[in-house]
Design a protein around this ligand. Structure first.
Ligand SMILES: Cc1cc2nc3c(=O)[nH]c(=O)nc-3n(C[C@H](O)[C@H](O)[C@H](O)COP(=O)(O)OP(=O)(O)OC[C@H]3O[C@@H](n4cnc5c(N)ncnc54)[C@H](O)[C@@H]3O)c2cc1C
Length: 457
């Protein structure tokens, strides 16, 4: 793999060092060690926090956005219950007191692990002693990139705001039109993908139209909005028990969501979904939550991919085979836990990986000063995943929780969901006042979030 950062590309006539001649991690004698973290999500941010104010490290966090995003509540921004700032916080602000951490807003476009270099879209080149690649995943269209133009994803704030803008604008247009067919199309939302995101989103849409917007319109009845959740397999929430899947289905149906399992999407064209059985559905909003794939950066590392989604399987210490100074973490990792189950792409797993990488780096810096320094690599600790379980909310007041043998459904599960998200948000927002504001907005459905902000063309 000849990366664009290769000196040969620059015409300098200097070949990059062969992998064997590469500087082994921490042997550059350069202190502080340069740690480059790509991605300020759950994994990257945790690693930066753990290394903060440790003078043995000079840390740079590069993210293409200027904020850390609390993705678990994205669906609430999409369904107009929360405003964007409620679930995002400036990375600079979070890391303000970490004097050895620099935050840069840039999109990493090229990795050249052979010469320990990274290039950003800005043209900047970044050298490192250690690289932590934690750039997460993006929406996958299973080899049909043309579907992206006709669908809305839910991976970023921009996308969540796009869904909100689309659905609210469609309701406005439905209020205007005299054409019944047009109104029906405008008031149809198809959500492809019956995993946690599709389930949470469809439940929240019913809250929006049955409760929050109920009295806002005169010509249309917002509760006529058809929300159709489509899933290719035979049940929703495939990662949960069959009983919990059945509960989610019953609960969503009671809320008015139309569920179609065993239904494969064959094609998506403008405002129309075509199914494998030959049927079609016209919908002015088509939301795609059916799959994700790793950041394309993983394909530049020149190592075998773990799956078609481009994820990577690291060594036990989370470093990359053949590149002990490169670590990977978060959603782009495909790794089995001690029981042999694949570690899920959830925030706690990403946080634990970020924490582990920081631990390895600190331990390595410590060993550097001891008689064991030549055994640094063998002494690296293994990553051990502590499974805290998974949960999904189903409209207000109901959820499913699966944690080991504990399987909760209904109101109790919803309370657990609320408690855990509040705990997470306390650490995230750092201010009880903001948290109370969030709780209030959540309970009342803040009307401000229903403002349609048109996108600048
Ligand atoms: C809608 C939704 C709901 C979810 N709900 C839950 C839930 O309830 N509970 C749960 O535990 N998990 C949930 N998850 C999953 C959870 O959010 C992820 O597992 C977690 O965010 C993964 O962390 P990460 O650090 O790997 O990646 P991310 O948090 O995605 O962070 C990746 C970062 O990398 C940046 N980046 C990407 N590419 C580049 C590049 N080329 N250059 C520079 N920066 C780049 C991105 O801007 C981003 O900030 C949800 C996810 C979604 C999308």
């Amino acid at each position: 793999m000849a990366g664009v950062l290769d000196d040969r590309d620059a015409g300098a006539g200097v070949s990059p060092p062969s992998p064997q001649a590469r500087i082994s991690p921490g042997s550059s004698k350069r202190w502080p060690r340069k740690v480059l973290i790509v991605g300020g999500g759950f994994a990257g941010l945790e690693c930066a926090r753990r290394l903060s104010n440790d003078r043995r490290f000079e840390v740079t966090v590069i993210d293409r956005t200027n904020h850390h995003l609390f993705q678990p509540l994205l669906y609430q921004v999409a369904t107009a219950s929360l405003a964007a700032p409620d679930i995002a916080r400036s990375l600079r602000q979070i890391l303000m007191k970490a004097s050895n951490v620099t935050v840069l807003m840039d999109e990493v476009t090229d990795l050249s692990p052979e010469i320990q270099r990274v290039k950003g879209k800005s043209g900047q080149i970044y050298d490192y002693d250690y690289l932590f690649l934690a750039a997460g995943v993006q929406t996958s269209f299973f080899g049909r990139p043309e579907w992206e133009a006709h669908t809305l994803g839910l991976k970023s704030l921009t996308e969540a705001q796009g869904i909100r803008r689309c659905v609210l604008s469609n309701l406005e247009k439905a209020e205007l039109t005299d054409c019944e067919d047009e109104r029906r199309r405008l008031m149809t939302v198809v959500i492809a993908g019956g995993g946690p995101t599709g389930v949470e989103l469809s439940g929240a849409f019913t809250d929006l139209v049955h409760r929050s917007l109920r009295d806002d319109f005169r010509r249309i009845d917002t509760s006529d909005l058809r929300v159709i959740l489509v899933e290719g397999s035979n049940r929703l929430l495939g990662a949960y028990s069959e009983k919990q899947s059945a509960y989610a289905l019953r609960r969503l149906e009671a809320l008015g969501v139309e569920i179609r399992t065993d239904t494969l999407v064959a094609d998506v064209t403008e405002q129309c979904v075509h199914f494998a059985d030959g049927s079609t559905l016209e919908a002015a909003a088509i939301i795609w939550t059916a799959g994700t794939e790793a950041t394309p950066l993983t394909r530049q590392l020149g190592v075998p991919l773990a799956d078609r989604a481009g994820r990577l399987t690291p060594e036990a210490d989370l470093s990359l085979a053949g590149f002990p100074e490169v670590f990977i973490g978060g959603d782009l990792v495909s790794l089995a836990d001690s029981k042999g189950d694949l570690i899920p792409g959830v925030a706690p797993a990403a946080v634990q990986m970020g924490r582990h990488v920081a631990k390895v780096l600190k331990e390595e810096a410590r060993l550097e000063r001891t008689r064991f320094k030549d055994q640094k690599l063998e002494l690296r600790p293994r990553f051990q995943y502590f499974d805290k379980g998974i949960m999904a909310i189903i409209g207000k007041n109901a959820a499913v929780v699966s944690s080991g043998k504990l399987k909760l459904t209904g109101f109790l599960a919803w309370l657990a969901w609320l408690f855990i998200h509040i705990l997470f948000l306390v650490g995230f927002r750092n201010k009880l006042s903001v948290l109370l504001g969030w709780a209030f907005a959540y309970a009342r459905n803040t009307p401000d979030t229903r403002i349609i902000v048109q996108r600048q063309e």
